[in-house]
Design a protein around this ligand. Sequence first.
Ligand code: DOR
Ligand code: ZN
Length: 352
Amino acid sequence: MSNSPTQIKLIQPDDWHLHIRDGEVMKDVLADTARQFARAIIMPNLKPPVTTVDLAKAYQSRIESNLKSLGVSDFTPLMTLYLTDNTSADEVRKAKTAGIAAFKLYPAGATTNSDAGVSDLKHCHAALEAMQAVGMPLLVHGEVTSSEIDIFDREAVFIDTVLEPLRQQFPELKIVFEHITTKQAAHYVRDAATGGKNTIAATITPQHLLMNRNAIFAGGIRPHNYCLPVLKREEHRIALLEAATSGNARFFLGTDSAPHAKGAKEAACGCAGCYSAFNALGLYAEAFESVGKLDKLEGFASFFGPDFYSLPRNSKKITLIKQAQSIPTELPLGDATIVPLRAGETIAWSLV
Ligand code: DOR
Ligand code: ZN
């Protein structure tokens, strides 16, 4: 591949971290994702959360009926369960048998719809032991929640106080450190000793590759650039970009596209979440191109995720072309609207 290609072909990517919500709005956001990705890990932070296999199966059939009414037959949702203080080892084993892809750890109060999250991991001992035994991945929202800890330090403190002790206690547990945002997280995952086993990985969002925390305050408050974990300093963005484009299979694509209606973002207490699904692949291509590493995009977007989850890689190919695309200022979201990431701007890469 030349240094400045105008077209790239790659095996179709998957999104290893996605929110599609439920009800009226699901169809709109699902259409954007299914246009680009073959599969996606579906986050379970609904209200109420998806805590059991039965709830996940019911959610999956609502997703499938929306896909059907969109005329989509080539997209697979990968279902997850929301870990709580009360998740039993039996539910973990049942989930494995039912084909649930992973459990998600939300520290209670860390983010959108996380009130039912885990108050202390010591309550989850039996469930974690079962996950380790059956090879069920644990996806972690890696932030401590205590209000004394500065919001910009919550991820780094989580590594020392939660993640490292968890890995010591369950060395064979497969963990995905989701939507990492700091140099500390990128280096922790890169350097973690695993004895050659596939036990740690991280997803990285497009917004954390393309923006630093100035983007939340550029000329005024920018609610559509606010997500959790919050954007960090430039040195962290650079470390994430380095990790994503390094060719290291521990880092792969997860958009964390998190739809909230315009009114819920542009409010006195606006919700956290960036809606990147509209042209997520174009955004990632821009990030990789910015450091001359477009040749590393396919591994990050299409290979390392399925390899970590022990799923087959996709076989279909897609093409991205360097052709400017305007991002609409708003998109339909049920009976409301949503403001996508980079609304009203032009981005360089589009999916053919
Ligand atoms: O910004 C975020 N939005 N971060 C999360 O962890 C959750 C997500 C959501 O569900 O809106
Ligand atoms: Zn998320």
